[in-house]
Design a protein around this ligand. Structure first.
Ligand code: MLT
Length: 301
């Protein structure tokens, strides 16, 4: 029998794959496998007989990869399993950046009395937005999520520019021919009205959107970061928002320095928070780990 630490964050559908096979799901001191979502294993003493770690999600920055590789512990993630959920949140955020939908709805809630309709019509000019169609979107990182965002933004009428020096052949085939590939990140920063970052957080990409990059961003552009907070220099973002150079910074990662800053829209890591994505990630991570522990082989889908 294998022991699996599940860290209680994994959707039931994946865990059931183990229960059916009589795997132990209790947190034990020496598991063969760890199935996790957001729990951070840095600084944790990794169990002696640990063979594999599966993350129900794309990012693996909560796993000490160097230590795992030195000890021969195999690390799996679930690429693509939550990509649609993240893409939908990015598209929703683009729409919210362009149109004050929430502000209008909050204001309408305050209307009362027989003249509510009249008042709404009279004051609607307070909530005039702009259209995404015809605006330029820059997508930094054309992996599974970035590629989907680029394709769908094009369908919304945006002019899309994509930057990815490491584009895989598999993903390249999935990107619409209407997405213009550019050779430098500067071209994205300097020319786009909306910029969205879809890059994994690694030592090489930490703060890749640094103070200098933020200086280069076109005035009044909107920067979206639904990948990882650490990709962006937050101090520089706050300064750009305060100086009204950047119109909005929309992110899925809470950072104390952004709270209360005008133009900062902060979500509590909701990118993959859909029932469908949680199930997909849980099942993919559990199947991959189970197969590996049972056979010693890595399953290719
Ligand atoms: C991911 O890395 O894919 C997401 O952070 C998943 C999650 O929200 O747990």
């Amino acid at each position: 029998m294998f022991n699996i630490n599940s860290y209680n964050e994994i959707a039931a559908e994946g865990l059931e794959l183990f229960e059916k096979e009589q795997y132990a799901l209790d947190v034990t001191d020496d598991p063969d496998g760890i199935l996790l979502r957001s729990a951070d294993l840095h600084g944790t003493v990794l169990p002696l007989q640990l063979k594999g770690i599966a993350r129900a999600g794309a990012g693996t920055n909560n796993i000490p990869l160097k230590e795992c590789s030195e000890r021969g512990i195999v690390v799996f993630n679930t690429p693509g399993a939550n990509a649609n959920a993240v893409k939908e949140l990015v598209l929703a955020s683009l729409l919210l950046a362009a149109r004050p939908i929430l502000e209008g709805a909050m204001w309408a809630k305050t209307l009362k009395g027989p003249d509510a309709v009249q008042k709404a019509e009279a004051e609607k000019k307070r909530f005039v937005g702009s259209e995404l169609a015809g605006k330029r979107l820059g997508v930094i990182g054309l992996g599974s999520i970035g590629a989907m965002v680029a394709n769908d933004a094009y369908r919304l009428g945006m002019e899309v520019r994509g930057y990815d020096p490491y584009l895989s052949v598999d993903t390249a085939w999935k990107i619409s021919r209407h997405v213009i590939r550019v050779e430098s990140i500067e071209e994205v920063l300097e020319t786009c009205d909306y910029i969205t970052v879809h890059v994994p957080l690694m030592p090489e990409t930490a703060k890749m959107i640094d103070a200098e990059s933020i200086q280069r961003i076109k005035k009044n552009a909107v920067l979206l970061n639904f990948s990882r907070g650490g990709l962006v220099d937050i101090e520089a973002v706050v300064e750009a928002l305060e100086e009204r150079r950047l119109a909005q910074y929309m992110t899925d990662f809470v950072d104390e320095r952004l709270l209360g800053i005008e133009g900062a829209v902060v979500l509590p890591h909701l990118g993959a928070a859909t029932a469908e994505a949680e199930t997909n990630c849980s099942v993919m991570a559990a199947e991959t780990l189970k197969y590996f522990l049972e056979t010693g082989n890595i399953r290719h889908s």
